[in-house]
Each structure stands twice: as C-alpha cells, then as structure tokens.
Design a binder for this molecule. Structure first.
Ligand code: ADP
Ligand code: ADP
Length: 228
C-alpha cells in the first residue's frame, strides 16, 4: 500500500489528539503503529478507516484521498476491513450471522452467498463447529477470529487492526498474531496498532512511533527495532 498522512490535525473539543502528523510510505505491506498510551495511534487508525474525519490535513491511501462526503465514505469503507480490540460483534447473533449479516446488509451480497462465505471463513479460521454460538459462548480468541473473519468477508485488500490482542491472554494473543501474519503472507496489506514488539519486528515491514499526536520516528521495522 501507499499511505500518506500530511499535516494531519484532529481535535476533540479543543484538545489536539493529532498535531500535524506526518507519514509517507510508498510501498508497505504491513505498518505497525506503536507508542505511549494517548499518543494518537487509535485516532490515526480511525482516520485511515474513514470512521472519523481529520480536522485538517490530507490522508491518501493508494493515491486516493480518504473521502469526506458520506456516500463516497460508504464505498471507501467497503474497500477496507477493520478489527477492534473489543471484537465489536453483535451479542445477540451467532458467529455465522455476525459474518453474514453485514455482508448482506452493508455490502449487498445475496443472503445465501453471504452465509456460504461466512461458512467458508469460519472453516478457514477453524471455527466451523462454533458457527451457531453467540459471542458469550465463545472465548476471547475465538471471538477475535470471528471478528477477523468478518473483516475479510467482503475481500478488502487493506485490513486495519486496533490493538487486536490487548484483551487476550498470551496464548490466544499468539494465535491471533499468527492469523494476522498469514493474512499478510496471503497478500493483504495491514495497519496494526499493537504493543507486541516481537510481532511488529517479525511481521511488519514498517513501523511508526506515535507520541504527542505526531510521528516521532518511523522507518523499516528491522532497523527501528534493532537495539544500538
Ligand atoms: P492511543 O491510541 O495512542 O492510546 P488515542 O488516539 O486513543 O491514543 O488518543 C489520543 C488523544 O486523543 C488522547 O489524549 C485521547 O484522550 C484523545 N481522544 C481520543 N479519542 C477521543 C474522543 N473520542 N474524544 C475525546 N478525546 C479523544
Ligand atoms: P430474517 O428474518 O432476519 O431475514 P431468517 O428468518 O431468514 O432471517 O433467518 C433466520 C436465521 O437463519 C438467520 O439469523 C441465520 O442465522 C440463519 N440463516 C438464514 N439464511 C441462512 C443460510 N443461507 N445459511 C445458513 N443459515 C442461514
């Protein structure tokens, strides 16, 4: 992916969450965003996702600006997948329907095909026995796999992850990171907010250290994470 954030400012009621953030990536497969809590990582991810609008500045994904008007935003959001720390699954729907319903209602895929794709994705993520279970009947790691499956259902090229392992114990966390690594190997691009430095070094080709609403440092992960 090509990703440019140019002088991006985002204010919340007078407070600058992002304060002239600058990032210029010409050809990245996986970018990790790291840095202290409150530094602006999630805000950056939400702006790239088109879930919120920048107060000023420019964001370009593969040479196209993240759109500002609602109808263009809707189609832009269809080209990406987003995975959150807290899964954001519908609690009253089973795993299968959590994947199939957005595919049908948001992406306009016919219902039978939506469920077929949901079945195939659950199988891919070794959850085929759990399709009829609701989030409360699944473990955190299983729910996150359902959420990742849902983010892939409409076949986006770019997937955005906001601390996808923060709510998980180390074992489940490792499982999820393996899943994400496989996605990257399968040719998906990703941007991931994570505290997992080992993963960042191993799986991402670029990293940006965000602090005080700015990119304090960025570069190739291998170099950035090599201690002097
Ligand atoms: P990080 O992901 O690095 O922890 P965030 O992007 O979540 O940082 O937050 C950056 C700053 O913006 C913090 O000071 C945070 O309190 C503030 N902030 C983030 N989201 C909101 C919001 N919706 N309303 C008000 N302030 C927010
Ligand atoms: P609605 O009334 O909301 O359109 P339906 O009564 O048609 O839903 O379906 C009820 C449930 O059956 C759905 O929530 C879903 O879990 C399941 N379902 C519907 N279509 C399929 C399908 N093609 N394959 C598997 N399960 C399906």
């Amino acid at each position: 992916m090509k990703l440019i954030l140019d002088s991006v400012i985002k204010t919340y009621g007078g407070h600058r969450a992002l304060n002239g953030l600058q990032l210029d990536l010409l050809d990245a497969r996986c970018l990790t965003l790291i840095g202290p809590s409150g530094g602006g990582k999630s805000t950056t991810l939400r702006l790239i996702a088109g879930l919120e609008k920048a107060s000023s500045g420019r964001i370009l994904v593969n040479d196209s600006p993240v759109p500002k008007n609602e109808s263009e935003l809707r189609s832009y959001r269809k080209s990406i997948g987003v995975v959150f720390q807290s899964y954001n699954l519908f609690p009253h729907l089973d795993a299968l329907t959590n994947i199939a319903l957005p595919l049908e209602k948001v992406h306009g895929v016919a219902k039978p095909e939506s469920f077929e794709r949901a079945h195939a994705l659950l199988k891919q993520f070794k959850l085929e026995q759990h399709g009829r279970k609701k989030p409360s009947e699944l473990s955190g790691g299983q729910n996150q796999r359902v959420a990742i499956a849902r983010s892939l259902a409409h076949n986006p090229k770019l997937i955005l992850f906001d601390e996808p392992t923060s709510a998980l114990d180390p074992e489940m966390s490792a499982q999820i990171l393996d899943v994400i690594e496989e996605l990257i190997q399968d040719g998906k691009d990703c941007v991931i907010v994570t505290h997992q430095m080992g993963f960042a070094k191993r799986a991402s080709d670029y990293a940006a250290f965000i602090s005080g609403g700015k990119v304090a440092e960025s570069g190739r992960s291998q170099e950035l994470f090599t201690s002097p």
